[in-house]
Design a protein around this ligand. Structure first.
Ligand SMILES: [Fe+2]
Length: 242
């Protein structure tokens, strides 16, 4: 009983503070005497035109469709979260918990695919020794070849998942990392600069179980212009962190 009263007082106090700070109207609306959080976002899919001949048209088309499916699911999850019950929540079974898990899964799936499609399939792939990408990889891995060896090892170590070179805001350096599925073993404070899809759907139709051949092929066509822009952003982030 006392708990209920305290809970009610706390709610009133929070609501008052939000109203005073003019936050309530911006992010919430009252619906049937219940506040509804308006945080839904809508992500838009991009059509990627992969020119590589190292992947078949079948793989490219089905992969694009898969990517668009993840975005659709992400948008639906986000919309459902707006009205999800936030009172009857627990760590074992609740709609809110399930939606939050789905949000991370689909968010990562959608944006990792975008980053992957952007940084592969450059038929004129070339990295210059005076680029920021090259200099940072040499600085943090000892040499470009050592980065490459480590990155390929990550590609082969991932289950159905991802290999990435990321800027770690905590370590303040670039490192390679492995993510299983879309959301297992995700490093915190990591800004991705090079992303490789290692799920079987990305190569099995063309390479069967030979993931190594697929990875070597994609590595030959990395889009270093796109990657260079990501390194510039990552470096700026690094400069902002004390
Ligand atoms: Fe994929």
């Amino acid at each position: 009983m006392i708990d209920k009263k305290l809970e009610e007082l706390l709610k009133q106090s929070v609501t008052k503070t939000l109203q005073e700070k003019n936050v309530l109207n911006k992010y919430t609306q009252v619906k049937e005497n219940k506040q509804v959080i308006k945080e839904a976002y809508v992500a838009q899919p991009t059509k990627f035109d992969l020119r590589t001949e190292l992947l078949s048209e079948k793989t490219k088309t089905s992969h694009q469709e898969l990517f668009e499916g993840y975005i659709k699911e992400l948008n639906e999850t986000s919309a459902q979260l707006d009205t999800a019950d936030r009172e009857n929540v627990n760590p074992n079974h609740s709609t809110f918990r399930s939606l939050k898990m789905d949000e991370t899964h689909n968010h990562n799936a959608a944006f990792l695919h975008g980053l992957y499609f952007q940084n592969i399939s450059d038929l004129n792939s070339e990295i210059s020794a005076d680029s920021l990408s090259f200099m940072r990889l040499e600085r943090d891995f000892g040499s470009f070849d050592l980065w490459q060896e480590d990155f390929i090892a990550c590609c082969l170590a991932a289950r159905n998942g991802w290999a990435m070179t990321v800027y770690s805001m905590t370590l303040k350096r670039y490192i390679n990392t492995v993510v299983d599925l879309h959301d297992e073993h995700v490093l915190i404070s990591a800004y991705p600069v090079i992303v490789m899809d290692c799920w079987e759907h990305s190569y099995y139709k063309d390479y069967l179980k030979n993931r190594k051949a697929y990875v070597y092929g994609m590595m030959k066509e990395l889009n270093w212009d796109v990657i260079e822009e990501r390194f510039k952003v990552a470096d700026k982030i690094g400069a902002l962190i004390k």
